[in-house]
Design a protein around this ligand. Structure first.
Ligand code: SAH
Length: 356
């Protein structure tokens, strides 16, 4: 009944005590033997979930054009690192590199930051690139970085508002060791918890989230851009302002599941707090643009025009597929509003395309 990773986690909890949500999430996703990403390719129509680059090539093409535009604004450095965080199947990078042929004066140096051996194997079949586990391992130099549905996979911590203050939500084991269950830790101050002041007046019983890894990454990227030049584009689902709410979710087979039920077999994600992410980048010296809804971003980059062009050469069935894909990417009740685009740039650069 209990899956192997769940049994290992119960053992670990009995030995060391309850886990933070971040510890739980990073083990469930990243464990070398049983982690969700470490062991499988969850993407695509037959997979657990489908992402924008898998929905349509137009997505990657528009981002390729966005990169070419940034490169132009950067003064056209001959070599440009194109860094992607969490590249999944490599589809986005393949579409970007194909599109960058519009800028023959650029020598793109693609870098894929990927921790999953299973997904690295898939990426290797689709793109010629270099791989690293962490952005810190990519040598310095001008870069444009992209990350689609990457931040939502970074481990979050959760805090629950009690009468007397905040307590961390923790993952414990039931007395019989048969299951994982939720518990609360000791009282922590709002500052210790790292919660923004916007949450000062959160109602009793509400849950607040932080993502320390996302903030550290934001600062690292911002520092690099300020030093070496360039831009970074983050697309993910999340909120424009920091607000209370439990956004941890588990998905398998395109269905929501219980978050503690089958660690390693379900995708675990959380909404991105774009306000906190943007503040960390500003503090580290980058200019911040957006976030703007994905619909507006793609529209500004010409998604409808590109669809028209592709449809000219398409059969009626293909034309219908193109329309459906564009609808999925842009309609407010699909990915158009919940998904947002945020750009960080070297502050000497003009506002990048799509953020007017
Ligand atoms: N960007 C892709 C895939 C999104 S799924 C797309 O849009 O289709 C998340 C990706 O991030 C996977 O490739 C996963 O293996 C990778 N990943 C998750 N956590 C990571 C981490 N800490 N470091 C590097 N890659 C990570």
């Amino acid at each position: 009944m209990q899956n192997p990773l769940s049994a290992l986690l119960v053992e670990r909890i009995r030995r060391d005590g309850p886990l933070t949500v971040a510890e739980y999430m990073s083990t469930a996703l990243g464990d070398r033997d049983h982690g969700y990403y470490a062991t499988r390719d969850p993407l695509g129509a037959a997979g657990d979930f489908i992402t924008a680059p898998e929905i349509s090539q137009i997505f990657g093409e528009l981002i390729g054009l966005w990169i070419a535009d940034c490169w132009d604004a950067m003064g056209r450095p001959r070599r440009l690192k194109i860094v992607e965080l969490g590249p999944g199947r490599g589809t986005l990078m393949a579409d970007i590199l194909r599109t960058l042929k519009v800028a023959p004066a650029m020598l793109p140096e693609p870098w894929l930051i990927e921790t999953s051996p299973a997904l690295r194997a898939v990426q290797r079949q689709r793109v010629e690139a270099r791989w690293a586990d962490r952005l810190e391992d990519v040598p310095p130099g001008p870069m444009v970085l992209v990350a689609n549905e990457f931040l939502d996979a970074l481990p979050i911590r959760q805090f629950s508002r009690a009468t007397d203050g905040w307590r961390e939500r923790l993952v414990a084991a039931t007395a019989d060791g048969a299951r994982l269950e939720w518990t609360l830790g000791a009282l922590v101050s709002q500052t210790e918890a790292g919660l923004p002041t916007a949450l000062d007046d959160a109602a009793e019983g509400s849950v607040a989230e932080t993502c320390p890894e996302a903030l550290a990454l934001s600062a690292t990227v911002a520092g690099r851009l300020a030093r070496d030049g360039g831009a970074a584009l983050f697309i993910d689902y999340g909120t424009t302002t920091s607000r209370a709410g439990d956004s941890l979710q588990a998905v398998r087979g395109q269905q929501y599941r219980d978050t503690l039920e089958a660690p390693g077999e379900t995708d675990l994600t959380a909404h991105v707090d774009f306000a906190a992410f943007a503040n960390a980048a500003r503090d580290a010296g980058a200019a911040v643009h957006g976030p703007v809804p994905q619909s507006l971003f793609l529209e500004a980059l010409g998604v409808f025009v590109r669809a028209q062009v592709l449809k000219r050469e398409a059969t009626p069935a293909q034309a219908r597929d193109i329309d459906l894909a564009v609808h999925r990417l842009t309609a407010p009740d699909q990915m158009g509003s919940l998904f947002k685009a945020l750009a960080l740039t070297d502050p000497s650069m003009p506002q990048p395309a799509g953020f007017e």
